[in-house]
Design a protein around this ligand. Structure first.
Ligand code: UGA
Length: 437
């Protein structure tokens, strides 16, 4: 099938690549010409494991091309995926300006019957607005456009594997014709057993918000438990293992730590909250989920203050700056929220991350950076493990201790073993477990 993808960010580029892998003829387009220039050379504008090899492979196969010119990308496409950003407005609602602009562009250049797929995360009701925009722009094509909702469930850092082997495909559509077109798009996945869930449009839009809100709720639940475990000498990791052994609960997304960040959970939770208020059923549980997430940072600050007393003039090393391992994305990264707080409190903060140093420095200019973990730890009064990159598992703890001014470790992701910390004589503050001091 001939498919166009509007927007080549994380979701858009992964969509382009996976559709090409499925055998379709794909053209990606974006208003950011520099992005298209990079992509046309086979270079990914962001770090994502495995993406560049697959990008090159699909471009060489001739199935995947890019063009900044929508008059090249869209005409002739049977299906157009809208994968543009929906960042939060001041009010917390999702800004749909880019979605509207994309819809206008699609309307202008579409030829013949076209299925317009909304893949960006949008509030329920957006598909109707997209449809109205398409028809306003091209009234003569009113019967030729069909809008469907096909939310994406990929995780950054696992984008390629998630889009090539998803748990499920969700499609909200109103007509059998559109459903049939989307079945054809995903036939290579359904043929190998991936479930395709077909719903109406509003259900698909809402289900995406429900999934992200529930995942964030699980993490915040574990973080609230961690605080209670710290006050009662219980071990949060053991508690969530017990919970996770119950198939009705499941162990995933119950890791207590510095909290959730990224480009999705914080924005989607706010947008869901605003949507529920607008619909007349406020959902204060979502506010609480966010409050507990902020509290995870406060808890780490309290531990550092407990260990170091005053923070003015103390050097604190943050290991891991990305919002999670496997990405260079620092959007709403808990590590950067912590860095800002510590800098405000007068500490000298130095950070190291295997991938996210440039973006982190751009976000928090007062954050110093070091070329490796050991450099960051030189004369530090405290190490805070913020993001659980694998390489931190293999740190030589003896060397770590010898580099530091004080042997204090605050483990924001429970990456270290208490027994190893004890053996090396560290003052050790894990998450949701008794501190060694
Ligand atoms: C999330 C969802 O997992 C995807 O299914 C969804 O498609 C995506 O948002 C989206 O809406 O586009 P992502 O933001 O890439 O994906 O990141 P996650 O892997 O979900 O992690 C989110 C945050 O939760 C990270 O900061 C991570 O460190 C934190 N986390 C995760 C925990 O603190 N504890 C856990 O147990 C799991």
């Amino acid at each position: 099938m001939r498919i166009a993808v509007v927007g080549t960010g994380h979701v858009g580029l992964t969509t382009c690549i996976s559709l090409a892998v499925f055998g379709h003829d794909v053209v990606g387009t974006d208003v950011e010409e520099e992005k298209i220039a990079l992509l046309s050379k086979g270079v990914s504008p962001f770090f994502e494991p495995g993406i560049e090899d697959l990008l090159k492979q699909e471009m060489e196969s001739g199935r995947l091309r890019f063009s900044a010119d929508p008059s090249v990308a869209i005409p002739g496409a049977e299906v157009v995926f809208i994968c543009v950003g929906t960042p939060p407005k001041m009010t917390g609602e999702a800004s749909l300006i880019a979605v509207e602009a994309a819809a206008r562009t699609v309307a202008r250049y579409a030829e013949g019957r076209t299925v317009v797929v909304e893949k960006s995360t949008v509030p329920a009701g957006t598909a109707q607005r997209v449809r109205r925009t398409l028809v306003q722009e091209r009234p003569e094509m009113a019967d030729g456009f069909e809008v469907v909702s096909n939310p994406e469930f990929l995780r950054e850092g696992h984008a390629v594997e998630d889009s090539l082997n998803p748990d499920r495909i969700l499609v909200g559509a109103e007509s059998e014709w559109a459903r049939e077109v989307i079945r054809k798009v995903y036939e290579p996945l359904t043929a190998k057993g991936t479930p395709l869930i077909e719903t109406d449009i509003a259900t698909a839009e809402l289900a995406k918000h429900a999934c992200n809100a529930f995942l964030a709720l699980k993490i915040s639940f574990a973080n609230a438990l961690a605080r209670i475990c710290e006050l009662s000498d219980a071990d949060v990791d053991a508690v969530v293992d017990v919970m996770g052994a119950d198939a009705r609960i499941g162990r995933a997304f119950l890791n207590a730590g510095l909290g959730w960040g990224g480009s999705c959970f914080p924005k989607d939770l706010q947008a869901f909250q605003r949507l529920s208020e607008r619909l007349g059923y406020p959902f204060p549980l979502l506010e609480e989920v966010t409050r507990i997430n902020t509290d995870a940072i406060d808890s780490v600050v309290s531990k550092i203050e407990d260990a170091l007393w005053n923070l003015e003039g103390k050097k604190i090393a943050l290991l891991g700056l990305a919002f999670k391992p496997g990405t260079d994305d620092v959007r709403a990264a808990p590590a950067l929220a912590l860095a800002r707080r510590l800098i405000e409190l007068g500490a000298d903060v130095i950070g190291y991350d295997p991938e996210a140093m440039g973006p982190a420095k751009a976000e928090v200019p007062d954050l110093e950076t070091a070329p490796d973990a050991y450099e960051a730890l030189l004369d530090a009064h405290c190490l805070v493990l913020c993001t659980e990159w694998d390489e931190f598992k293999h740190l030589n703890l003896e060397r770590v201790k010898s580099q530091m001014a004080y042997p204090v470790v605050v483990d924001g992701r429970n990456m270290f073993e208490g027994t190893d910390m004890e053996a090396q004589g560290f003052t050790y503050y894990p998450t949701g477990r008794r501190a060694l001091k």
